[in-house]
Design a binder for this molecule. Structure first.
Ligand code: FES
Length: 561
């Protein structure tokens, strides 16, 4: 074994000045011959309490087998995760985005402290993927991300279901559009087992785009959690890692401005989650790159939205494998000049070389992905908005299905839970622009996702009749006329803090303007009268988060001064 491959771990295993570390390595069962092998940290976000993560510790065992079979030492460790689908309104959801940075911090900490030569992360729920890749970029040692895979769809009375079906059932219940039996039936059958939420929501968006960026093996995002291909991928990872070590290809060589563009192109083509904007801003910064909201807009401008996937479309991620998976879609985009082919990937090959082995999309036999000429929308669905309500930018999801403009009367919710109450009382009406504020990274804290409000709105049949704007986030499961990530956030005195019930607000996706129709003088007077609220937390993780988190326009990173 070349000592080149164990260039970090040899500090512990070879140097005579580290007897305690060597004693401990014997203690965990290493043999003499293992001391010259590279050590690979296998980071699992597995835990029993979330379908997205419940199988990841099992997959990690397969990864370890592949690492061991390739003459390396694999050492599994765990990091945390929280289930976005199980948080209870703002109270639980405020921990979700911070969990991304805890995952990044903990992988960085273990791999660095333990002198691992490389890292393989086995990840599932929304924040796991960006968290793992942020850590990989920070550490910059050979690294591969393995996605735990999408869930299979549930079934009830002939209908296919997923997590959003359960949320929308609540809206139907408010509107008396569902029986008690069916309400229960939907809840009992939406989630049939392991895997991440099944539409092109945040987890599948991040898995597909990170694969396109080159940090996962081809098809990692396409194999459902229960597909035999997922286990096979895990067993193959050891050989891939060995090759990466031999070639000494590190994440900062893979994560470049061009590969970030590839990732975001796939997000736009697939109609992926607005959260991708936030996460790729953060991943870029972890790799020492400067990506801006305007860069994201430029990619959206040139990328047609072509996939008929949930939340706005018909199909699930599990269906994608049948048409050739994400590699087939990326190959098609590459053939149209939308993907950079010369970026290096974790296979040791370029994007173009990987795609040469991918299947072709067949537009005669499949109707999930359309040719560019028949795109659902000729540009991307993610639009960066500016205007006097969001001077430093916001992120909107505009598929075109809901129209391109909205003009209405403000209805202000100081907390996302208020909208549920208002809906149940019939106070939210057609034409309202519902403003959910104090949900930003500092004000929430944690920049909650509005999954419950948006799904409830949909279920109540108001999805195309109202607009929602917030300094919080929207789940990848969201559809409808929504603008999130409004910056500056209300906690920092952004204009969203100054909106009053009855104000006129317009959203124009053509000009990308979000406008509060009050005079500059009135805006200034309201700002002068505004008093910053006390932080909701001063201690503990959330207290620290409020003190360290950057604006959503800067990816909500927490590791910068
Ligand atoms: Fe984990 Fe949706 S709750 S991916």
């Amino acid at each position: 074994m070349s000592t080149e491959l164990n260039r970090f771990s040899k500090t512990l295993t070879q140097e005579v000045t580290n007897p305690a570390a060597q004693a401990m390595l014997y203690g965990i069962g290493l043999k003499e011959e293992d001391f010259s092998k590279p050590q690979i940290g296998i980071a699992s976000t597995g835990y029993e309490g979330n379908p997205c993560n419940m199988h990841l510790n099992g997959l990690s065992v397969y990864v370890k087998q592949g690492v061991t079979a390739n003459e390396m030492v694999g050492l599994i460790f765990n990091t945390i995760g929280v289930s976005d689908g199980m948080t209870n309104g703002n109270d639980g959801m405020r921990y979700s985005l911070p969990s991304r940075d805890i995952i990044a911090d903990s992988i960085e900490t273990v791999v660095s402290a333990q002198w691992y030569d490389g890292v393989i992360a086995v990840v599932g729920c929304d924040k796991n993927m960006p968290g793992a890749v942020m850590a990989m970029a920070r550490i910059d040692r050979p690294a591969i991300m393995v996605y735990g895979g999408t869930i299979r769809s549930g079934h009830y009375k002939g209908q296919k279901l997923d997590i959003v079906s359960a949320f929308e059932a609540l809206g139907k219940k408010f509107a008396n559009n569902i029986s008690d039996e069916d309400f229960k039936g939907v809840i009992q059958n939406s989630i049939p087992g392991q895997g991440a939420c099944g539409g092109m929501y945040t987890a599948n968006t991040m898995a597909a785009s990170i694969e396109a960026m080159g940090m996962s093996l081809p098809f990692s995002s396409s194999y459902p959690a229960t597909h035999e291909g997922k286990q096979e991928e895990c067993k193959k990872i050891g050989a891939a890692m060995k090759k990466l070590l031999e070639l000494n290809i590190t994440p900062k060589e893979i994560i470049t401005k061009k590969s970030l563009e590839n990732a975001l192109t796939v997000v736009m083509a697939l109609g992926g989650s607005t959260n991708a904007a936030l996460h790729f801003l953060a991943i870029a910064r972890s790799a020492g790159l400067w990506l801006t909201l305007d860069d994201i807009q430029a990619i959206s401008d040139r990328t047609p939205f072509i996939a008929d996937l949930k939340p706005s479309g018909k199909y699930y991620m599990e269906d994608i494998l049948e048409i050739g998976g994400v590699p087939a879609i990326t190959k098609y985009l590459y053939s149209k000049g939308l993907i950079h082919g010369d970026c290096i990937t974790v296979t040791g090959k370029t994007v173009a070389e990987n795609l040469a082995e991918a299947p072709d999309l067949n537009f005669d036999t499949q109707k999930m992905v359309f040719p560019l000429e028949q795109a659902i929308k000729s540009s991307g669905h993610i639009q960066i908005m500016y205007g006097n309500l969001t001077p430093t930018g916001a992120v909107a999801k505009i598929t075109g299905k809901e129209g391109m403009t909205f003009d209405g009367e403000a209805k202000v919710c100081e907390h996302e839970s208020e909208i549920i109450t208002m809906l149940s009382k019939g106070e939210i009406k057609e034409g309202h622009v519902v403003v959910i504020r104090n949900a930003g990274p500092k004000g929430g804290p944690g920049m909650s996702e509005m999954l419950k409000p948006t799904s409830a709105v949909m279920g109540a049949g108001l999805g195309d009749k109202i607009a929602l704007i917030t300094d919080g986030r929207f789940s990848g499961g969201t559809h409808g006329f929504v603008v999130g990530h409004i910056t500056p956030e209300a906690f920092d005195g952004g204009p969203i803090a100054l909106v009053k019930d009855g104000d006129r607000i317009s959203i124009d996706a053509n000009t990308r303007q979000l406008t509060l129709h009050i005079s500059d003088e009135e805006m200034a007077a309201r700002k002068a009268a505004w008093i910053q609220p006390a932080p909701k937390f001063t201690k503990g993780m959330l207290g620290r988060y409020i003190r360290t988190v950057k604006s959503a326009a800067e990816g909500c990173v927490t590791d910068e001064a």
